[in-house]
Write a protein that binds this ligand. Structure first.
Ligand code: ATP
Ligand code: MG
Length: 423
């Protein structure tokens, strides 16, 4: 038997229903925020991610699915969404739009060759947004508000928003130097990856999962102490706007995030429920004022986040969050024999096209089994089509709950159901 590839999963049943509900909620929320839907290809030139995500990130050094196509091109299955959206923004010259800022949202699968464990897959879905062309701290606050409001709409309670700032390029440089000075004497106490990070991107040491609880980490210099006036003001304004939107947050001075391109604000939302597990970061993001330039576009501010959808689903299950899912169907149609199937199929289509959830017996079950089927499908009405019904166009419809039976002309069926099936 062929099994699914390691680190992947199938969607069906109740999970599928819950997932669709969440996806619809995301779509509706993005409409209210007036964001534009983007869909970019699943694979792109490998260069895009190497330059966009950064040569020293775990994602690029260890986790990408790289391949050559039959034309000998180097391609990569996208490990994240931001680099692709930036490419699209540049390639389609959106920086010239009159509608700057461009506010993009996306939803789709991402691929990373990671060690699969709970909350960590090799194919997983992200919902994310990117805002291009505004340096206003209000944009940062608005971006942070999106996951918070999505969780609120869903009824997810145990969440915690952590924010920090890396400052602008100047502040980040000063901070970087301070970190190098600080970590130099301890270099041999750090894990192998951190030794590498020390040379290439010392900020990333703070993001290490191995060394995270060591005192050297806890006592490391804080970005907050290296901010210039501009960076301080930006961070103060972000906090002020969050306050005015009634969004609770904590400042976590060790939060740096894994990607190279961040400036100013960085944030994460974690599931803060005891026992949730170690993969508890539901979403992360921040400002990246240098990324568009890095990918050969004109200097353009950017801010965004990406949310792991599987972890969100787990959190919803964990809190037993209920959803108003459709449970059952409106009509189940039973043709008494082969002879009535054509007429039954016609009625079935009519009902569906008029908005009623309708199913039909495809398997020539006997009447008793068909009624069992109607119960299993939790159908409100059962329509029985025999020879007489087909000839007279007067059909028998039974309320499956009250067991009341009605005879009505088929042309009146839609009106009948409209009256009898309340919202
Ligand atoms: P982590 O620290 O958990 O590895 P990350 O920093 O790699 O996360 P991002 O690249 O910022 O994560 O992705 C944003 C979100 O996508 C994460 O917060 C998480 O919810 C989700 N995510 C990342 N990697 C995976 C994965 N392999 N499987 C499922 N969800 C993931
Ligand atoms: Mg990761």
């Amino acid at each position: 038997m062929i099994q699914k590839a390691k680190g992947t999963y199938d969607v069906f049943g109740e999970y599928g229903k819950r997932l669709l509900y969440v996806e619809e909620l995301i779509e509706g929320l993005m409409e209210k925020y007036n964001y534009e839907y983007f869909r970019t290809p699943i694979f792109e030139s490998s260069n895009l991610f190497h330059r966009g995500v950064g040569e020293t990130t775990d994602i690029v050094t260890k986790e990408t699915y790289d391949f050559k196509d039959r034309g000998d091109r180097d391609l990569t299955l996208r490990p994240e969404g931001t680099a692709s959206i930036v490419r699209s923004f540049i390639e389609n010259k959106m920086y010239g739009n009159h509608t700057i800022p461009v506010k993009a949202w996306y939803y789709g699968p991402m691929f990373r060759y990671e060690r699969p464990q709970s909350g960590r897959f090799r194919e997983f879905y992200q919902f994310g947004v990117e805002v291009f062309g505004s340096e206003d701290p209000l944009a940062d606050a608005e971006v942070i508000s999106i996951p918070v409001n999505l969780y609120k709409l869903l009824g997810l309670k145990g969440i915690k928003v952590n924010i920090n700032t890396l400052g602008d390029s100047e502040s980040r440089e000063m901070y970087r130097n301070a970190l190098i000075k600080y970590f130099e004497p301890y270099i041999n106490d750090l894990c192998e990856d951190c030794k590498e990070r020390f040379n290439k991107n010392p900020l990333r040491i703070l993001d290490c999962k191995v060394d995270t609880n060591k005192d050297i980490m806890k006592n490391a210099p804080k970005t907050i102490d290296y901010l210039n006036e501009n960076s301080k003001r930006h961070f103060e304004m972000v906090k002020k706007y969050l306050d005015s939107m009634h969004i609770e947050y904590s400042v976590n001075t060790n939060l740096v995030r894994g990607l190279d391109y961040y400036t100013h604000t960085v944030f994460e939302v974690e599931a803060s429920v005891e026992g949730f597990g170690s993969q508890n970061v539901l979403c992360g993001g921040g400002r990246y004022d240098n990324l568009v330039e890095t990918l050969d576009g004109p200097k353009t501010n950017g801010v965004g986040f990406a949310m792991g959808v599987e972890r969100l689903m787990t959190a919803l299950d964990y809190e037993n969050v209920s959803m108003p899912l459709i449970n059952g169907i409106d009509c189940y149609i039973i043709p008494m024999s082969e002879n009535e199937k054509d007429y039954a199929a016609h009625l079935c289509m009519e009902l569906r096209l008029n908005g009623f959830i309708t199913d039909i017996d495809y398997n020539n079950r006997n009447l008793k089994n068909n009624f069992k089927m109607a119960d299993r499908l939790n159908s409100k009405f059962v329509i029985i089509i025999g020879e007489e019904e087909k000839n007279t166009n007067i059909i028998t419809i039974k309320n499956n709950e009250t067991k009341e039976e009605y005879k009505i002309k088929d042309e009146d069926l839609i009106d009948f159901l409209d009256e009898n099936i309340g919202e």
